[in-house]
Each structure stands twice: as C-alpha cells, then as structure tokens.
Design a protein around this ligand. Structure first.
Ligand SMILES: [Zn+2]
Length: 465
C-alpha cells in the first residue's frame, strides 16, 4: 500500500478526489479507509488518515462505502416499448438506488436484441440517455444461431433464452432441439446463456386445474406456475450444460425444490450459476391479497417456507447472487382496476429498491454488509465478465461507489420512485438502508435526491472493457 509521503510529493500521480469513511467495503471486509480516485479509477486505498493535503476530500463518516451495484437483469424496453420504461427513466432510477452498472435484457424492446442489426438499433436508442454504465445481453430464439457470433463480436456480454413463452411475440421461446443448435456455438465463444427456466408441460397441466378458479385470488396464479415447471427446466439445462459445457446461468430462481440439483451440479464442477430476486426473498404467497397484481411475476412468489430455503441457499453459496429483474409495464397492463392475476402483466419494477430491500431482509437474518456486497456487486459482475473492472473497490477498478446509511430507514412512497410507472409491491413498506450518494467512475451522479446535470453513463461493450 502506498504511503502518504510519496503520494503527497508526487503531483503527477495526485488523486482528483478522495472518498473516505469508517466503513469502506473491500474484498478484505469492512474497515476505515481512504479511496484515492484518479481519472475515474481507484488509484490507491490507504488508511483513513492517510490523505495528502490539497486534494478534494469527501468524508462520509459512518455511512457505508460499497461498490456500486451491478444489476445484470433489467428490462428497459426501448426502442419500441418506451411507454413501458426507457433508458433515461430506468437508469436514473438505477443511479438513485446505487446501481452503477446494469446489463439490459434482449426482450420487450422492438426489435428484440436477437440480431447484430437490432443490437445497433438499441445502442442508437441508448445514446445520450444513460445515467449509469449499461451493457446488453443478446437473445437466443428459434432460428437465430447464425446471429450469435455477430452479436458476440459486436459486444453483447452473453445471451438470454426462454423455455416458455416470454410474454412478447417477437421473442420466441426455445426447446431442446434449438438449444442443441445454439449451445455448441456459445460454448465455442465462451459466452454464458441466461435461461428463464420454466417448462411449458407442467404449466399446461396446472392450467387445466385452474379453469374454474377465481382469477383475483393469488393462489390461482401460484397454482398455475408449479414448482415442477422450474425443476424440470433446470434438470434439462443441467443435462445440456453437462453435454456441451456451455456456461449456464439460471435467472430468477423461485422454486427452492431445484436447489439440491444445482448444488450437485456445482459439486460436479459444471459451469452453472444461479440468481434470485429481491421480491422472492421478501414476500410470501400467504401474505399476498386477492387482486394485488402488483405482486405478479413469473415464476411466482412462493410460500414463506420456500423463501427461507432461498435464503439458506444464498447463505451457503448455492445461489450466487441477486438481480432485480426490473420488468415494468404501463399501469393498465398490470390490471390494477380488475385485479385479474391471469390477465395482468407478469413483472415487478424495482431496481431502485434492491439495496434497501435486500439489506432489510438480510439484516433480520444476521447477515452483514460485506455479504451484501458479494450478492449485489462482485458476483453479478463476474457473470458479465466485468470482474476486473466493476463490482469491487480495488486498485485499478472503476471508481463506482454507493454511499449509504444502513442504520436509517424510510417508507416506500411509489410516487418518489424514478422509474417511469410508479407501481410497486413495496408501497408502504418500511425499509432499512438509505442511499445517500452514488459515484460513477469518480463523478457524483446522485446525491441526496439530486442528479448530476447531465447523464454520465457509458455503453459497455464486451471486449472494450
Ligand atoms: Zn426478466
């Protein structure tokens, strides 16, 4: 570690800014430290007292200084469905929530990001609107295996597919024959495949049983998406992973019944990882009121007992990390008026709340801040191949920081959220953990309710980062 003397005298290497506090989270845990930032990167991390004179100093006292969050599961829907959400609103919400890097999903925009040409359209749509650094996943759909290499070479970080209908016509789901075509290509590229893991068979069987059920009841929705749909889909993906050795990532795991299969596969050394979402770790089916369609997502929020098993798997590392699955839509599509679970759009928009939601639940289960940093920052960065630049406070990394107060709390008032449509299942909840300030590559992008004068986010492309 450099000492203060050499830094004070060597003006060519003087930092532009120092952020220091008593609770700085690095890979070694939480400690008092000073983060020396130069040209947007972390130049040094020294003892708290060890700061040269004449350098701008931001002292955060007892607030936590953590790496900016990396959210690898965000639907922004622009271009094509910008009335659902958009780059500007989604990335402002991210900045306010301490998220400094997000990777956007290939579907719900039109066109879907399933060709290199569509990827270029998405980049054009994003230009000038990004408040945080943003990269993109490509899509695997039936018949586009010829597009995978051009997409990868254009800069997507990996690919996403669905094993059930995705909810939008332009993003077709795939079955085993399609996977057999795409997986060898992805294995050769070294690209990860993110999978919405539910299979249509068990869902079709369950649908027959609910035809006369009341669609306003949450149990009707829950019964329509059984745990078996997730378990069988994950079994299929594990077989495929074993055969082709493609990196497979299961998005938004809800069914705890699949955890033992994942654990065995990891023990066998298969390149598999798993995420779950804040809402699965917070809510319980037993507590969701009839008609409360703001809680609808797929796979569904399951029972309390299931939620506790997800926490256990997160604690022991079988589940790797937490991503928001920010999936907004216009209020009318949420069926807010009728409360019909079978007609409502399935998706929860909440990337701005990931940090306080997860902290609130983690705290009540005895977890500490460094664990949170692993789940929300370093592990998701690894999925996107950004582990040498994002998701940690370390020398040479981008100076992406979130400063937050773990000891204060707030009541969620949806009208205060920065996402385009203010529907939230967290409305009225008391959460712990208040985001105070967010730095992106050494520049303040959010500070106690105020944003930087203009958006400072950049497009992240694989290969150029
Ligand atoms: Zn999603």
């Amino acid at each position: 570690m450099p000492n203060s003397t050499s830094q004070t005298v060597d003006l060519t290497h003087a930092p532009d800014l120092i952020v220091r506090g008593h609770r700085v989270v690095t890979s070694g845990g939480e400690r008092p430290a000073a983060i020396h930032i130069r040209a947007g990167s972390v130049a040094a991390i020294t003892a708290y007292e060890d700061v040269p004179t004449g350098v701008a100093l931001h002292d955060v006292g007892n607030s936590v200084v953590m790496p900016g969050l990396v959210d690898t599961h965000v639907h922004i829907n622009e271009p094509g469905r910008t009335e659902w959400e958009g780059f500007s609103t989604a990335t402002r919400a991210a900045a306010a929530g301490g998220v400094t890097t997000l990777i956007e999903m290939p579907l719900n925009s039109i066109p879907a990001t399933t060709t290199a040409a569509a990827y270029r359209e998405k980049l054009a749509a994003a230009t000038g609107k990004l408040w945080v650094d943003t990269g993109f996943w490509g899509g695997v759909v039936r018949g586009n295996s010829g597009e995978l290499r051009p997409l990868w070479e254009s800069g997507v970080f990996g690919f996403k597919c669905f094993l059930v209908p995705s909810g939008v016509d332009e993003f077709a789901h795939v079955a085993e024959p399609d996977l057999r075509e795409a997986l060898p290509v992805l294995a050769e590229l070294g690209a990860p495949l993110l999978v919405h893991a539910e299979l249509p068979g068990p869902i079709a069987d369950s649908s027959k049983k609910i035809v006369t059920a009341n669609p306003r009841r949450y149990a009707t929705w829950l019964d329509s998406r059984p745990r078996a749909a997730e378990v069988e889909a994950i079994e299929l993906m594990l077989r495929m992973c074993r055969e082709f050795r493609t990196r497979v990532h299961i998005v938004h795991l809800s069914a705890s019944d699949a955890i033992s299969r994942v654990h065995e596969a990891k023990t066998d050394g298969l390149p598999i990882s798993v995420e779950t979402c804040p809402h699965y770790l917070t809510f319980a089916a037993e507590e969701i009121a009839d008609g409360a369609t703001e809680f609808k997502c797929a796979p569904p929020i399951r029972e309390r007992e299931n939620r506790e098993k997800l926490w256990e798997a997160l604690g022991n590392g079988t589940i790797d990390f937490i991503a928001s699955d920010h999936s907004p839509c216009p209020p009318a599509m949420k069926s807010s008026g009728t409360g019909d679970f079978l007609r409502a759009w399935g998706g929860i928009a909440g990337l701005e709340l990931s940090l306080p939601v997860v902290w609130t639940e983690a705290l009540s289960r005895g977890y500490a801040v460094p664990q949170l940093s692993k789940w929300l920052c370093s592990s998701p960065a690894r999925l996107a191949g950004l582990e040498n630049r994002k998701g940690a406070i370390a020398v040479g990394y981008d100076a992406d920081l979130v400063i937050w107060n773990p000891d204060s709390g707030f009541l969620v008032e949806p009208s205060q959220l920065h996402q385009r449509h203010k529907i939230s299942p967290y409305a009225g909840q008391k959460l712990s953990g208040v985001v105070e300030t967010t730095f992106l590559r050494g520049r303040k992008i959010y500070d106690h309710g105020e944003f930087s004068p203009s958006p400072l986010g950049q497009v992240l492309r694989r290969g150029s980062v």
